[in-house]
Design a protein around this ligand. Sequence first.
Ligand SMILES: [Zn+2]
Ligand SMILES: [Zn+2]
Length: 280
Amino acid sequence: MASRKQCFDEAVRAASEEFLTESFTRTYSSIFDAQDEMRTALKGSGYAPTFSESGDPIYSLPDLRAHDALALCVIDSLKRIAEIIRAQHPGIDFTPVIESTAFDREALSELVGSFASQSMNQIESLAARYRVGAEELVFLLTYAISPCYAFARQQYRGTIETQTLERYRCPFCGSLADMALIHQDAGTRYLHCSRCDLIWQVKRVACAVCGNENIDDLGYFELDGRESDYRISYCDHCHGYIKTVLIAKFDDPLMRDVVIDNLMTANLDHAAIHRGYSRP
Ligand SMILES: [Zn+2]
Ligand SMILES: [Zn+2]
């Protein structure tokens, strides 16, 4: 199977979007390389993920104060991703984050814990402490730490219930979804986990953010009313939105790498935000 970086390079070649600058392409190519290397480092680190019997969620990131092998991989990954971002955006300087967490397990555990709990309040207060933007910090943590979740899922030998229908958080790691998929043949809808990459099935008509099923509040639009493979599904109850990829009849939604679809459709995010919707 092609790596994410190969799929990304392919998508960039096929696209004609004007936001695909050389800096954009180089940043994500380097990030996907770094993530591959982190997964290899995790394999060799001796870190063995543990899983919950009751399964809600099945995997949680452990406290890094008690897991030195994992902590060292995370420190390396934070440093590497921070360097990639800074090489393309010299104004974004994560030095205070890297220096504070490299030798201080307490600070590292707090930083990683804010990502694990997806607590925006906690992330905002850490961003203020380290004098970086909150969204920039989320970006760093997402790309640096997500490989831990993907690695844990590869190591898991149990069965994950993916026909959950009313579950809007990942059945494996408890994260919110970043993208939705609709299989045009079967009419079935799926969500993609922003951390461990799991794709699971949910109800076709319900808000992927708050679970609201009142059809008066739910809708979707395509960009400029154009027919395309992408749409924005929104909810007027929580004012959340999620981008949806339409999967063609003979394609398998479970094989689609929607991380790349997500990157290539930044214009849809702008359109949704412009209309007053937001991501949780
Ligand atoms: Zn997950
Ligand atoms: Zn909603």
